[in-house]
Design a protein around this ligand. Structure first.
Ligand code: SAH
Ligand code: EXU
Length: 370
């Protein structure tokens, strides 16, 4: 089985579904919305872009409230621009992409309401919008040649196409950690370099001349993993797995051979890859930090509307909604409940009680090269 057959965020709308744990990434999208708006305004200078049908894609859209939020943001911005300039709004084609295992059905259920709201909001200025799903990996071709005006992706392109080769000596760590040997960092960096370059070249083929991309990824503040403190989420998993090893619930060899296939690049790494490849030029970049653990994202008290402090539970649920498919396919189903119960306890005791979990993100805006 390859990663693209295995990986998916948790489906449905239960406690540990991604749909129910995507408030943090909603904040990320709100934070990057002005950036996206500026990019679309830049596009508007290219007159022909809004002539007939504006085609855009969200790569790694997942399933939940955020999935259609992006579509609304783009359509609203273009609407405003067209009103300002006294021109007719184009039709829209919205292409929602994610891997084959994504819960697209959950998104489809939200569509009637999405179309209805659009019609109500826009009134007689409404122009048709066609939403379609495009399942497949963004490390392969997804769209016909020169067909897209805009590509957006949030919190997805840090996912690699596979676990890097040469990370077997990462021992009990499951991602780059302070105790990882330098070769592990290099292997992860190299895999990201290969994958991101491929991503840029594929999108170059699929975009119209002058087309733009806005990508948001997790990032690292330092090139040196030892001085980077952004990985505490994955440390919670490592601590929990190590406890299970001591209790004889998992095997050491199984932990040694498990590593998570994502990589959070430093801004300089992104810049270097984009420049070296040349398919796109980098127009804009912004690095920002949001702290997980500052507020409670899921539970508000029904009566007082004050947050209920349930950090351990919420942290464990979020980590579970993202990583469960990887753990199930490697360790089997039996360990899952115990693992995330331990995560809940460890999130409370070891981490969130003593320090915040910093999440650094980077957003970039790119234009297709001539
Ligand atoms: N954009 C949403 C969801 C982010 S979750 C938000 O901001 O909330 C990250 C998504 O990226 C997951 O749904 C995962 O399945 C998807 N993803 C990871 N690798 C991918 C690939 N190679 N091709 C397409 N989607 C991928
Ligand atoms: C995500 C994260 C995260 C969050 N990574 N996703 C989707 C992700 O891929 C790597 O760290 N959603 O809320 N966080 C924190």
């Amino acid at each position: 089985m390859t990663l693209e057959d295995i990986l998916h965020m948790n489906s449905g709308s239960g406690d540990s579904s991604y749909a129910n744990n995507s408030l943090f990434t909603k904040f990320v999208m709100q934070k990057t919305a002005p950036f996206l708006k500026r990019t679309i305004k830049g596009i508007a200078k290219q007159n022909t872009f809004f002539d007939h049908c504006f085609i855009f894609a969200d790569l790694g859209c997942s399933s939940g409230m955020n999935t259609l939020l992006l579509a609304s943001d783009v359509i609203d911005t273009i609407h405003e621009l067209c009103l300002e300039n006294n021109r007719q709004t184009p039709q829209f084609q919205v292409c929602l992409n994610d891997l084959f295992g994504n819960d697209f059905n959950n998104v489809f259920k939200l569509l009637p309401n999405f179309y209805k709201t659009l019609r109500e909001d826009k009134g007689d200025k409404f122009s048709p919008c066609f939403v379609s799903a495009v399942p497949g990996s963004f490390y392969g071709r997804l769209f016909p040649d020169e067909s897209l005006h805009l590509i957006h992706s949030s919190y997805s392109v840090h996912w690699l196409s596979q676990v890097p080769e040469g990370v077997e000596n990462n021992k009990l760590n499951i991602y780059i950690a302070k105790t990882s040997p330098p070769s592990v960092l290099q292997a992860y960096g190299k895999q990201f370099h290969t994958d991101f370059t491929k991503f840029l070249r594929l999108r170059y083929q699929e975009m119209i001349r002058g087309g733009r991309m806005v990508l948001t990824l997790r990032s690292r503040s330092s090139l040196d993993p030892a001085s980077d403190d952004s990985s505490s989420f994955w440390e919670i998993l490592t601590i929990s797995l190590t406890e299970m090893l001591k209790e004889g619930l998992v095997q050491e060899s199984d932990i040694n051979s498990f590593n998570i296939p994502f990589y959070f690049p430093h801004e300089d790494e992104l810049r270097n890859i984009i420049e070296a490849d040349g398919s796109f030029s980098l127009d804009n970049m912004d690095v920002f930090e949001l702290n997980w653990g500052e507020q409670d994202y899921t539970n508000l008290n029904e009566h007082t509307h004050e947050p209920i402090h349930n950090q351990g539970k919420n942290t464990a649920r979020l980590i579970r909604s993202i990583t469960e498919s990887l753990f199930t396919s490697h360790f089997g189903n039996d360990i899952i409940d115990v693992l995330f119960k331990k995560c809940e306890k460890n999130a409370e005791e070891h981490h969130l009680a003593t320090r915040k979990s910093r999440h650094l993100s980077v957003v970039i805006s790119l234009t297709k090269s001539e």
